[in-house]
Design a protein around this ligand. Structure first.
Ligand code: FES
Length: 92
């Protein structure tokens, strides 16, 4: 989950749009080596890095796509056909 700049909760895509790789939490070594210490997630294929809310912090300029959470019957869903696509350089 992430909170956008309007204070709305969003679900972050676990896959990066470049090649669709699944991002992973950054290791302590990756965070220590990162230029941007807000780095929290790491993409294993090309080393892209993202902060806690999916903003790009290294290599790429586009953050992780977001989805609006849909709460129903005590469950949280997301419509994978309607991502909130971030533009290049857009931060949440
Ligand atoms: S998909 Fe290219 S940075 Fe991971």
């Amino acid at each position: 989950m992430a909170v956008d700049d309007q204070g709305m909760r969003r679900i972050m895509s676990p896959a990066y749009s470049h090649l669709g790789c699944t991002i992973e939490p950054a290791t302590a070594a990756q965070i220590n080596a990162a230029k941007d210490k807000s780095t929290y997630f790491h993409c294993p294929c090309h080393g892209a890095q993202f902060d806690r809310v999916g903003n790009a912090t290294y290599v790429v300029t586009r953050g992780l796509d977001l989805y609006e959470p849909i709460v129903s019957g005590g469950n949280v869903y997301m419509d994978i056909m309607k991502p909130i696509v971030r533009q290049e350089g857009q931060r949440t």
